[in-house]
Design a protein around this ligand. Structure first.
Ligand code: EPU
Length: 423
């Protein structure tokens, strides 16, 4: 099993190419189930989660060919199989995104019910609520969600839950509604840029979706969709992670292709911490003032501060000059990194969905355990600045969502390498 070995200290300087967004690519890949003919996707990141999704698509009768760096050619060959099995769904929760396309195109979707995961409970009640509002019959059978509908019918659907909107739930309902009879209105829809990218992809294929990027999405159902050519948007979470890498090492990075307009909550908080972050030609430039100010941050659905950067910004705030408060309002249990950061000399105290961060002068290297994708990124960032050697075990978590992170970090001066833990 791989781990990352990091010797903390070097300031990061140079340019990092930001990859295509994982969380845009996954639902767009699922959406190809809806299409007649060929789809060509560009800037698809080469990640474990993307490989897992293409594997699932192949099981569902699609052919997926990687024809160049970042380019996939996809075509539906066979529409017999409608079953996303537990073996697949348990490896990657975003597999649930095939539900809407299968139901709309093949009139039936059998998708294993995902369990919780290391970031907490992850229910899918809103996904099912949306599908049944569109006229699907639902039953739970042997751990699978079985949905059937001869023809879906447009409806008015409220998708807000206790923790706000749902990103993959909005994606799923949209992908089901594009082939329904009549008009669907999704109220309290997720506004994330990844939903905008999916909507733009579907519209290029012939769908009629309006209002995406706002909490009210309107979809006029259409008879069929035809594959198209589309470029996945740049990953705002990868960009945010590298912005924090620049800040934590007191470095200076250009994030090529990053879109500042998708990162405004992050930009606002980082500037208040004392980080210099500006729009640059073809991306975003980040450098850091020496002193880091403490600050309060609450994670929220977009356009709020993303939960997917909570662990990374926590690593940064560990070194601020005073006390900060981090409140997690999307996944209240997403705090497995707290104990690991404390092993590196952080002073973190968790109170329910809140962590009080007492700034310390320095972090010290230690062996730590990655628990999920973003938590691992937080530990790697802490390792970049910790005194001595940090070993982040279970690197596979980070490979799910960051393309060759150790190569990208080394190229801008970090002392990080991937090693086989067994050696
Ligand atoms: N929720 C419900 N019912 C549902 C669905 C969600 O109560 O039916 C709750 C969740 O438990 C959570 C909140 O709603 O409290 C928001 O969850 P959401 O459904 O938006 O999360 P998701 O769609 O499963 C996506 C990303 C996550 C990211 C979240 C929040 C993908 C593939 N995943 O998950 O990304 O953290 O939105 O922004 O897009 C990651 O990349 O590391 C990651 C976990």
């Amino acid at each position: 099993m791989d781990c990352f070995e990091i010797n903390g200290g070097p300031r990061l300087r140079g340019t990092v190419n930001i990859s295509g967004s994982k969380n845009a690519a996954l639902p767009i890949l699922a959406a190809t189930i809806l299409c007649e003919g060929e789809t060509v996707l560009h800037r698809v990141p080469d990640l474990a989660d993307v490989r897992q999704m293409t594997h699932l698509l192949e099981k569902l009768g699609l052919s997926v060919e990687r024809t160049g760096p970042g380019t996939l050619r996809i075509r539906v060959e066979d529409e017999m199989n409608c079953h996303a099995e537990y073996k697949e769904v348990s490896k990657m929760r975003a597999s649930v995104c095939v539900m809407g396309p299968l139901l709309a195109k093949r009139k039936q979707a059998q998708v294993a019910m995902p369990g919780g995961c290391s970031i907490g409970d992850r229910p899918v009640d809103l996904h099912i609520q949306g599908m049944t509002a569109l006229g699907a019959d639902f039953e739970l059978t042997n751990g699978d969600m079985l949905l059937k509908a001869k023809k879906l019918k447009g409806a008015e659907i409220f998708l807000g839950g206790a923790f706000g909107s749902t990103v993959t739930g909005t994606a799923n309902v949209m992908m089901a509604a594009v082939l329904a009879d009549g008009r669907t209105i999704i109220e309290s829809a997720a506004c994330e840029p990844e939903i905008v990218d999916l909507s733009e992809f579907l519209n290029k294929c012939g769908a009629n979706i309006k209002g995406y990027g706002t909490p009210r999405i309107t979809i006029e159902g259409t008879g069929s969709l035809t594959g198209c050519e589309h470029t996945i948007l740049p990953d705002r979470i990868e960009a945010g992670t590298f912005a924090i890498a620049a800040a934590i090492t007191n470095g200076d990075l250009s994030l090529k292709c990053a879109r500042l307009e998708h990162m405004l909550a992050v930009v606002d908080r980082l500037r208040k911490i004392g980080v210099i972050i500006e729009r640059a030609e073809d991306g975003v430039a980040v450098s850091s003032a020496r002193r880091l100010e403490p600050i309060d941050i609450t994670t929220q659905p977009y356009p709020g501060f993303p939960t997917d950067l909570q662990a990374q910004v926590m690593a940064l705030l560990c070194l601020a000059d005073g006390n900060s408060v981090l409140c997690e309002k999307v996944f209240p249990d997403r705090f497995l990194h707290v104990a690991e950061l404390n092993r590196m000399g952080a002073r973190l105290r968790k109170e329910g969905p809140t962590v009080i961060v007492q700034g310390v002068k320095r972090l010290v290297g230690a062996p730590v355990m990655a628990s999920d994708l973003r938590a691992s990124a937080g530990l790697v960032l802490a390792g970049l600045v910790a005194r001595g050697r940090t070993v982040v075990r279970r690197a596979y978590h980070i490979d799910r969502g960051y393309e060759r992170i150790e190569e990208k970090l080394s190229a801008v001066g970090a002392d990080v390498r991937r090693v086989d833990e067994e050696l």
